[in-house]
Design a protein around this ligand. Sequence first.
Ligand SMILES: [Zn+2]
Length: 474
Amino acid sequence: MKNRKLVLAIVGLMVFALAAVAKAAEVPGEKSAAGVEALEQEAVSLLSEYLRIDTTNPPGNEIKAAEFFKAIFDREGIEARILESTPGRGNIYARLKGDGSKKAVVLMNHMDVVPADRRYWSVDPFAGVVKDGYVWGRGALDMKGMGIVELMAMLALKRQGIPLKADVIFLGVADEEAGGAMGARFMVQEHFDLLKDAGTVLNEFSFISVGDDGKVLHYDVEIFQKAPLWLKLTATGTPGHGSMPRPDSAVVKLIEALHRIVSYQTPLKVEPVVQKFYADTADLEPSPERRQRLKDLRASLQNRAFALEFSEDRWDNAAVRNTISITMLEGSNKVNVIPPQATAQLDVRLLPSEDPQRFLDELQKVIGDESIKIEPVLSFPPSASPTNSEFFKILQEVANSHDPGVKVTTPLLVGFTDCHYFREKGIPCYGFMPFKLTDKEASLLHGNDERLSVENVKFGTRVMYEIVRKLAAQ
Ligand SMILES: [Zn+2]
């Protein structure tokens, strides 16, 4: 800390002094080190405060988080409003005006978090504890930390009175962890008038990948993700008493169908972006043989032994094929009753180029029993964002200014985020969180003791500001 006395004085004077000092810093990272440091410190305090708001979904209660942001925007003189999709499920929308010569930049983040079981945490997951160089709490990584660095970018632009070409929109949404119906989908479907001028949306999920030795490996951006095709399988049969088994009961038929599905291996397919990701990162492989193979993954997977070895890693496997997880089962609710119906639900994830109908036909063939009914429970089309965009160029510039020569890579996201709602409307959405994480740190996402380092909050505040400023003011 270069200017400890000044920072202590600022902390003592609280918000007004913070605002004044931040105003004095024309450009974080360029002119006033003290101003940048104050802004970064403010980000750490705000994240700690934000993590104390319990927005576990279900039930969500994101309205409390929306009110937290609204109070900050009101204090800073930024026009903001709360939009409730249903009572308690708030979304926050704030807009900084530009001259309109460029399309708006949306800083999106979801305010809900997944549940945390206090018994397995070493700190209270909703106390916003700052210790050992980390800010601890459910949502620190997913994605309240990102919400705060987006907020700081907006506040810094406003406080410095930077003339903007593009409007900058802060969009905190509810319900992402349950699919976004009450959040991003509600905003895009019911309030598209507020977002239709958007040219770029920034959102979770990828981040800056760091080796165990602390060396930066690559800046990851999510530009395309697999599409969910969640299915419900229903078998029917003659019911009866459990004391006299039926070889053709609903449960038996369902189990036979599921057995065929489990024994089935979906074909390998390397999409162009996946091929490129492995080629881009091949040089980081310690084994020379594997390095060579990853440079042309499509060709290498023709080798059966390598294909088997490659698929052993669950993420690698999910990147090169459609996947099926059997997750829910329901039969009789009494041990001595053969039920008339048995159901299973499948979490299917399709590669971006896959056609859902073609996959359903294939699955029907695998099951080989026309009496089993297959119904989609959730399905939306795959979506992607372009790499030949201004955002991509800016990210490459910013990445190089912090880590010279580093590559910006585009791993396939095997899950999905709220980005698809915007991509379906033709608005590019990018998943990039400006945090440097080792595999171990990243694995705490949704896990116990989720935390984000203070250093990352500060670095993220700087990088997000740089990106947004370049996108909106140049
Ligand atoms: Zn998330």
